[in-house]
Design a protein around this ligand. Structure first.
Ligand SMILES: Nc1ncnc2c1ncn2[C@@H]1O[C@H](COP(=O)(O)OP(=O)(O)O)[C@@H](O)[C@H]1O
Length: 175
């Protein structure tokens, strides 16, 4: 499994979907799973964080269903707490992980992209909260992952969708 992380608007879903298609894998997006399950609507509408143990269960359920079928996964999501890394490891997520990608995009560019996307649950206050949460949490989350043996590559997320995809494909070929 390849994990793709980045703040809201960094292109995780765009890149995840494209990579899955190119590699013949199943694309799983934490954001999409959360929205589809409706279990977390109360949290997402306010932009507050959802209970991570329930989230990790939901993620693992969906990943494991693919693995049991002999499939492979491209996953995209946002970093959570340091404790979430322990929860993911306990489920066995990292034994299935090849490497992780962190998409780097400056805040000004994120806000432009999100304004253009205009998804139903998008609003400026929620985005700003998400971006600031990301800045606070991503470093410790990813450092904790690294300490548990997950290789993390920073990828420049600015440029055309195709250019960013090529940067990720180079990592796939190297690994
Ligand atoms: N490289 C890119 N350049 C410009 N816009 C992009 C790029 N990648 C994605 N987008 C657009 O930015 C918005 C957010 O992308 P999305 O994949 O939904 O991000 P995330 O899943 O990280 O929230 C979408 O409207 C998408 O079409």
């Amino acid at each position: 499994m390849i994990l793709i992380y980045g703040p809201a608007g960094s292109g995780k879903s765009t890149q995840g979907r494209m990579l899955a298609e190119k590699m013949g894998r199943t694309w799983l997006s934490a954001g999409q799973l959360i929205r589809d399950s409706h279990r977390f609507d109360e949290y997402t509408s306010k932009g507050t964080m959802i209970p991570e143990n329930i989230l990790v269960d939901l993620l693992w359920e969906n990943m494991n269903a693919v693995f049991k079928d002999g499939g492979e996964v491209i996953f995209d999501g946002q970093p959570g707490s340091v404790e979430q890394v322990g929860m993911l490891e306990e489920k066995g997520v990292f034994t299935h992980t090849e490497f992780a990608v962190l998409l780097k995009v400056p805040e000004e560019e994120l806000l432009i992209r999100l304004a253009e996307r205009g998804r139903e649950d998008d609003n400026v206050e929620v985005w700003k909260q998400k971006i600031s949460y990301f800045e606070q949490k991503s470093y410790s989350f990813l450092t904790e992952m690294k300490s548990r043996g997950v290789q993390i590559y920073e990828v420049d997320g600015v440029g055309s969708i195709k250019e960013v995809n090529q940067r990720i494909m180079e990592l796939v070929q190297k690994n």
